[in-house]
Design a protein around this ligand. Structure first.
Ligand code: CTP
Length: 408
């Protein structure tokens, strides 16, 4: 179960639909936004109503849908002013090539483009999710219009590549409703790490004994992935080095998959000096089999049990924390303990030589969606109360932004 809080609570969103087959996804998108706590005001162009009925969106949003500049329902008959004035953001999904052209030109010949033009620029963002045939997306006119829109401050979400309704394959598919919902949630997060670079390790490692067996642990990677998402939402460039986990890469995050501790070390070391902040959440296996064989170890006819020789893995965090200064990122370690959290976390902070250790009780949190954290720094401790991992990750990102030295 995902216990993440509604990420759009208290937000007023105008969801604009323009003509395109991707309108069929707008029903789901409306549900996702409503479920995330947003008040969703749907506005449709005339073409959009050819693809999906206003009634469907009215039922899903729980509000009347507007389709015309001349709608007499809003106060003062000023739909274009009132709807934009109340909104925290306008999300146009799908945004057709024609609509993008109209907004780029500052046209106001129907309600939705009028709303975009009349919105208070300083407080109501415009996000557009293009959806069109790949030739239309690639056309120089569309490229020009998208560049103009971006220069004017709009945020362009996607499009994705893939199969298109016309049977062609290429760029121009609208992002999925969940991706658009998350992009909107990310948009509203404070940009506390804008432009900063963050390297994160996550998940368990797998230390092979033979091609089918190995040593690993119960780490799910959820906390590390949540931190990667929260850092990206805060505006950071994030690189995530992940052990073997089945989790989706958060939007905008660069991911490198590894298996073993040594592979994780090999991936992290060259990257460490290119990042300002390093957050080691991975539950790196402390030991690996001294030998790993190419062929599966078979049972012995005499029932003799193979003897496992183990050797210690490199300590990735301690190695990064010991880099000489210009190369050393500001390091955050995690301490997964089964008992005596504070004592172990304090000792671990000193042993690893890092400014901040984040303690948690491993057995209680591995695989769960919730956690509770204890931040142990040089000048004391701070508890982050029990919450879902994304909420905790956002709180931790706030702490990191406040504690990490500012860029030179
Ligand atoms: N860590 C690491 N490389 C290792 C072991 C740990 O980078 N080989 C990092 C973890 O990602 C975490 C921190 O060090 O940020 C502490 O990990 P933990 O497993 O709690 O501690 P250990 O050093 O393994 O100590 P112990 O197992 O004795 O508690």
């Amino acid at each position: 179960m995902n216990s993440a809080p509604p990420g759009l609570a208290g937000k007023q969103v105008v969801l604009g639909l323009t003509g395109g087959i991707a309108c069929y996804k707008a029903a789901d998108l409306t549900r996702e936004l409503v479920k995330s706590g947003a008040t969703v005001q749907v506005v449709m162009t005339e073409s959009a109503t050819r693809f999906i009925t206003p009634l469907t969106l009215q039922a899903l949003s729980g509000r009347p849908v507007y389709t015309s500049t001349w709608d007499a329902r809003p106060a003062h008959h000023m739909a274009h002013i009132d709807l934009g004035r109340e909104a925290d953001a306008i999300l146009v999904a799908p945004a057709s090539a024609d609509f993008i052209a109209r907004v780029a030109q500052g046209r106001a010949d129907e309600l939705l483009s009028l709303l975009c033009l009349a919105r208070p620029l300083a407080r109501c963002a415009l996000l557009v999710a293009p959806a069109m045939n790949r030739e239309m997306w690639a056309h120089p006119a569309t490229r020009r219009n998208v560049a103009t829109l971006t220069a004017d401050g709009a945020v362009v979400l996607g499009p994705a590549a893939g199969e298109q309704a016309c049977g062609e394959v290429g760029d121009g598919r609208m992002l999925e409703p969940a991706e658009l919902r998350d992009a909107l949630i990310a948009h509203f997060q404070p940009k506390l790490l804008a432009g900063r670079t963050v390297l994160i390790t996550a998940g368990p490692t797998f230390e092979a004994l033979d091609p089918v067996r190995g040593i690993t642990n119960h780490s799910s990677g959820k906390m590390g992935f949540a931190i990667a998402r929260a850092a990206a939402e805060a505006g950071a460039h994030v690189t995530l080095v992940a052990g073997p986990v089945h989790l989706e890469t958060p939007a905008g995050v660069d991911r490198i998959d590894v298996q073993s501790a040594r592979q994780m070390m090999d991936a992290v070391l060259p990257l460490a000096s290119r990042h300002e902040i390093f957050v080691a959440t991975a539950a790196v296996a402390d030991w690996r089999p001294a030998t790993s064989v190419e062929a599966k170890i078979k049972k012995d006819a005499d029932h003799r049990v193979p003897q496992l020789d183990l050797v210690e893995n490199p300590d990735i965090l301690a190695t990064v924390a010991a880099l000489p200064l210009p190369e050393r990122p500001w390091c955050v370690g995690f301490a997964a303990e089964s008992h005596d959290l504070l004592r172990h976390a304090r000792a671990k902070r000193l042993r690893k030589g890092v400014p901040l250790i984040v303690g948690n009780l491993g057995p209680a949190t591995f695989g769960q969606d919730d956690n509770q954290l204890l931040l142990v720094g040089a000048d004391g401790e701070q508890e982050l109360a029990h919450a879902d991992k994304l909420t905790l990750a956002r709180q931790l990102v706030r702490e990191i932004a406040a504690r990490a030295p500012s860029p030179k």
